[in-house]
Write a protein that binds this ligand. Structure first.
Ligand SMILES: [Zn+2]
Length: 121
């Protein structure tokens, strides 16, 4: 498989992931809104424990949403790098990221060495 062909496949994969993530985020935003409404409206009728449950669920939904947003940004950045022709270059040291690594996570922006130094990547 040539690199050009592999790149094309990864681009399609990323675009699909991007669509999926956008869809998932809007689904979560809706359900988070719904549970936020529940907490507000049912406050007088709900017991203290179930209200805490609802608030906990809300916090978890927000955390998931934040993770998904970060993922979305990473995918968009990868697609931008494809447009600029520097996709697959490590954003830290500039070395070529291994294809095997890109195929596992096409949105990855650091080579394996830099990723190991950076716990957030
Ligand atoms: Zn690197």
């Amino acid at each position: 498989m040539s690199n050009q062909h592999a790149l094309q496949q990864l681009r399609q994969q990323l675009q699909q992931q991007l669509q999926d993530e956008v869809q998932a985020i809007s689904d979560i935003a809706e359900s988070a809104q719904a549970s936020a409404d529940t907490v507000t409206l049912d406050q007088t009728r709900m017991g203290r424990l179930s209200r805490m449950d609802a608030m906990q669920g809300q916090a978890m939904a927000q955390a998931t949403n934040a993770r998904r947003s970060a993922r979305l940004v990473a995918i968009q950045a990868a697609l931008t790098r494809m447009q600029h022709g520097n996709y697959g270059d490590c954003q830290e040291c500039g070395e070529q990221i291994a294809w095997a690594r890109l195929q596992v996570n096409a949105a990855v922006s650091l080579c394996i060495h830099c990723a190991e130094q950076s716990p957030t990547a």
